[in-house]
Design a protein. Structure first.
Length: 460
């Protein structure tokens, strides 16, 4: 697009929103140029901060008129580059659209602006005995509901409650054609036609922009009980996790943290008393008796795989677990990490992890393994600096190999972080026939290719 076209777009946006909500250059544009991946940055043409749906529709109208791409942004915590601006794009920052529009506790539903932050929403719901469960781990205090819907985010409680998709009833969207529409209904079930709403869940802003989200809510569990176990053998920890997930119905969360990652946590003063080994953290939900029974059953399974309880007095397991991504990235400065969040069927978990570790060890490389193992979701992180560092080429080749291995056993290249830029080239292997249908849907909803172009779908 010509400089003249870009200038005309910026002037038109200022005319629409006023100069105080259109940012070109400066700290706002720099802050919106990257996400939490290590996949680089792109300074956007500008950043706009709409306050209501009609403004979003008008922004899409201007993008169509001037041929300027748009990249939606919640909090920018994506780990696969999905919120890095497309080249030449205007970033539509949804942080000001964060109101609760309607809360109907007796129907267990809420309608919110897409910019509301996950933890804030749950704080508002707590007095009503309700919550939105997925819990995206270490980003729960920042990730927005719009970003979670657009990546189909999950997290520690997705084992019992499922990921974001399960809780989305309806969305108001502006498509890449400029149409405003509601997809989905506020009732819990509909059989009326193709499910357009589910197409927007996980679309990473490539089909259109979400201006409102209606969620179903879960009742808060009457009781919760946490425990942790440590194993000398990683395959044993994985086998125990698979058994707990399959046979202990009270399990709400089931997380793995391997020894290399625990070593980094132990270096922090608060966690100095962590034992060495591979850890499983669990949480049971239900009535008090059920929770006790669930944790006792988990302890029995752990013991049958030579696991032992973590010593008492350690900090909250989720507080530790939520710091894993941060400590690993810190250890890999200044180059960062290459990651995959592939997922495998539970019965493949132990072999998959053991083989990945053996391959890394053979080359004297560090491979961090943690994740929502109750769902088979593994976060495998390869540091590009520090002890056991991989070269970027080696790590990218290994990421591809791991993801293809996961796909070959029926798993997926991304359990929850999405495709963005980092997993794009894996899509043909996972959807050899489906990819053409995905391209057809993209051109139906976004015929001019202006909605977060370059994300999700690989080049032709
Ligand atoms: C420390 C850490 C831990 C994490 N843990 C987890 C985890 O446990 N589980 C998990 O699933 N993820 C996790 N993530 C990844 C990330 O937090 C999630 O993907 C989250 O859902 C992104 O939300 P966001 O508001 O930051 O979205 P952004 O990064 O801003 O955007 C993500 C995608 O959504 C699109 N988008 C945003 N808003 C809209 C909108 N209104 N309309 C259309 N498209 C939109 C963007 O264009 C982009 O494609 C973690 C990230 C970090 C940094």
């Amino acid at each position: 697009m010509s400089d003249g076209g870009s200038r005309a777009m910026v002037e038109a946006l200022k005319g629409l929103l006023g100069s105080d909500r259109v940012f070109t250059g400066g700290p706002e544009a720099r802050a919106a140029s990257a996400d939490e991946s290590d996949l680089g940055s792109v300074e956007p043409l500008g950043v706009v901060r709409p306050r209501e749906a009609p403004e979003v529709a008008a922004i899409v109208g201007l993008a169509l008129e001037h041929g300027v791409p748009l990249t939606a942004r919640g909090a920018g915590t994506s780990l696969e580059g999905s919120s890095i601006p497309s080249p030449g794009a205007v970033v539509v920052d949804f942080s000001a659209m964060d109101a609760v529009a309607e809360l109907v506790p007796e129907e267990q539903r809420v309608t919110v602006g897409p910019g509301i932050v996950y933890e804030r929403l749950n704080r508002l719901l707590q007095p009503h005995g309700l919550f939105f469960p997925p819990s995206p781990g270490g980003s729960a205090d920042a990730a927005t509901v719009g970003g979670m819907v657009s990546t189909d985010a999950s997290g520690i409680y997705a084992l019992k409650y499922g990921g974001t998709r399960r809780w989305v009833l309806a969305l108001d969207v502006v498509t890449g054609r400029g149409d405003s529409m509601r997809v989905g209904r506020v009732v819990p079930k509909t059989s009326a036609g193709y499910d357009l709403k589910d197409l927007f869940v996980g679309a990473e802003g490539t089909l259109g922009l979400i201006t409102s989200v209606t969620l179903r809510l879960a009742p808060l569990p009457p009781e919760a009980r946490k425990a942790g176990f440590v194993f000398d053998d990683l395959a044993g920890a994985c086998a125990a996790a698979a058994e707990m997930a399959a046979f202990i119905p009270e399990m709400a969360a089931l997380e793995l943290c391997d020894a290399e990652t625990l070593d980094l946590l132990r270096a922090l003063p608060a966690y100095a008393s962590l034992p060495s080994g591979h850890a499983l953290f669990v949480e049971a939900h239900g009535r008090a008796d059920d929770c006790v029974q669930g944790v006792e059953a988990a302890a029995a399974v752990a013991a049958s795989h030579q696991g032992r309880p973590l010593p008492p007095g350690l900090p909250d397991p989720w507080e530790m677990r939520h710091r894993t991504t941060g400590v690993i990235r810190e250890s890999a400065r200044p180059r960062g990490v290459v990651r995959t969040d592939c997922a495998v069927p539970l019965r493949r978990l132990a072999d998959f992890v053991a083989e990945a570790k053996t391959r890394a060890a053979r080359r004297a490389r560090t491979l961090h393994v943690f994740g929502h193992v109750g769902l088979g979701i593994l976060h495998l992180l390869m540091p590009l600096a520090g002890p056991g560092a991989w070269t970027r080429d080696e790590a990218l080749a290994e990421k591809r190999r791991l993801a293809l291995a996961a796909i070959s056993v029926g798993g997926t290249s991304s359990g929850e972080h999405g495709v963005g830029l980092g997993n794009r080239d894996l899509l043909p292997a996972e959807h050899p026939v489906g990819l053409a249908y995905m391209r057809g849907l993209k051109s139906l909803f976004d015929p001019h290719g202006l909605m977060n172009p370059g994300k999700v779908l690989p080049g032709p």
